[in-house]
Design a protein around this ligand. Structure first.
Ligand SMILES: [Fe+2]
Length: 417
């Protein structure tokens, strides 16, 4: 439950911080250890990058199918919280989706007709750069085909299984049943300079301190036993409450993610990450130090992305790394606590286009969202979490229930699972 009085968020923050500090008598000593540990981890990442090595683990889709991903690789995936999975979809299929999406937007004159949003998307308004080149469409056939593709289900089940999905006498979520979170697409032009996003985290900002379930998720950190904190422990993760706001995700995503429709890599205006899952410990404890005003959570403000700032989090900055080059049909996944950004400038030659496809395993929270989302799908309205732009209501050629496979209908909540 959210312990938030939104009309007086400052008071809620002060009260919570006071209570947390009371339990962390050794805060200075703990923070020194945390910083020391994190510094070493940041160095590992920065050194690997300097030597031209990969800071993001790469695995092959075929190895997932053949169950050949080693335990050592899985441990590395958990440590980094980011994965590139190559060849999830056949390349030609992903390229065809890219063309088809372009035709869908052109045929329906998206850029000319784009009406003013009914609800302003202020999620990123506090971040440094403007809104990225993201199109508010959810229901094109390529998006639905990619999301409901059996290869995607296989990949997401593998990613879900990196988590501890049962414990405390219950199953937190079902790793093998995927629900579908309809998100938008990115089509970024070469030369574009205006569309970056500064480092941030989604899946809650102030909630990470103020929500009861989040306090359970981070119980070891807030009790001072930070070494016991396990980023992939599912306890409480699928039960957190978020402050409702346009473009804040109200599903539990075990990983955020996207599928590449065009080749893209460093400098192509694409994704950057700080690939250290345990950095969350530092981010959680940082606002409790003496140099931070009582009502400040160092970049976390209600109904916004949680902004990671050099002013508060200088230790992390050197870890920021671009994802490696990917080809159409490759996918990228990142844990909900991974700091990420989008490069300010697209210096490459071609469009960098993606379909956002997260992993969202079946649980009560996600089933509840599906019930709302399916109504939006059937009528072509924007997905419930997003600004109610509703561009596609009268778009020609959008996907309908008849276009979905059996698996797709289950993932959309149109058929019981
Ligand atoms: Fe994000």
């Amino acid at each position: 439950m959210l312990n938030i009085r939104i009309d007086n968020i400052g008071e809620s923050i002060k009260t919570t911080k006071r209570a947390m500090r009371a339990k962390l008598q050794d805060l200075k000593k703990i923070m020194a250890e945390v910083e020391d540990d994190l510094k070493r981890e940041v160095e590992v990442v920065a050194n690997a990058r300097a030597k031209g090595g990969n800071t993001v683990p790469i695995i092959e889709y075929q190895d997932i199918v053949d169950e050949k991903v080693t335990e050592a690789t899985k441990a590395e995936l958990r440590r980094r919280g980011v994965a590139v999975v190559r060849g999830v979809y056949p390349k030609a299929e992903a390229q065809a989706w890219n063309d088809e999406l372009g035709e869908y937007l052109a045929k329906n004159r998206y850029t000319e007709r784009k009406p003013a949003p009914k609800v302003k998307d202020e999620y990123f308004s506090k971040l440094k750069s403007d809104k990225p080149q993201i199109f508010g469409i959810y229901w094109s056939k390529p998006q639905m085909q990619a999301r409901t593709h059996p290869h995607s289900a296989r990949t997401r089940a593998f990613m879900n299984r990196l988590w501890k999905f049962e414990g405390e006498g219950k199953k937190y979520f079902d790793p093998d049943r995927e629900t579908l979170y309809a998100d938008r697409i990115r089509r970024r032009e070469p030369g574009d300079k205006t569309l970056g996003l500064s480092p941030h985290m989604d899946a809650g900002s102030v909630e990470r301190w103020l929500d009861d379930e989040y306090q359970h998720v981070f119980r070891h950190v807030f009790s001072g036993n930070w070494r016991a904190y396990e980023p992939f422990d599912g306890a409480g993760r699928a039960e957190t409450d978020e402050i409702p706001s346009p473009a804040v995700c109200s599903m539990f995503r075990s990983f955020q993610g996207w599928t590449a429709l065009t080749p893209q890599g460093p400098n192509d205006g694409t994704l950057q990450v700080m690939p250290i899952t345990k950095a969350m410990v530092y981010l959680l404890l940082r606002p409790l130090l003496d140099d931070v005003p009582e009502d400040v959570l160092c970049g976390a403000e209600p109904a916004r992305a949680f902004s990671i700032e050099p002013e508060w989090h200088p230790l992390l900055t050197p870890a920021l790394s671009s994802i490696p080059h990917v080809e159409p049909g490759d996918t990228v996944f990142w844990h909900p606590d991974i700091v990420h950004s989008v490069e300010d400038e697209h210096r490459g030659q071609g469009y960098s286009n993606v379909i956002y496809i997260a992993a969202a395993p079946y649980c009560a929270k996600n089933a509840a969202y599906l019930a709302k989302q399916k109504e939006a799908f059937l009528s072509g309205r924007s997905a419930p979490d997003f600004s109610a732009e509703d561009y596609e209501v009268d778009f020609e050629g959008r996907a309908t229930a008849a276009d979905l496979t059996e698996l797709g209908k289950k993932q959309m909540g149109l058929q019981p699972w």
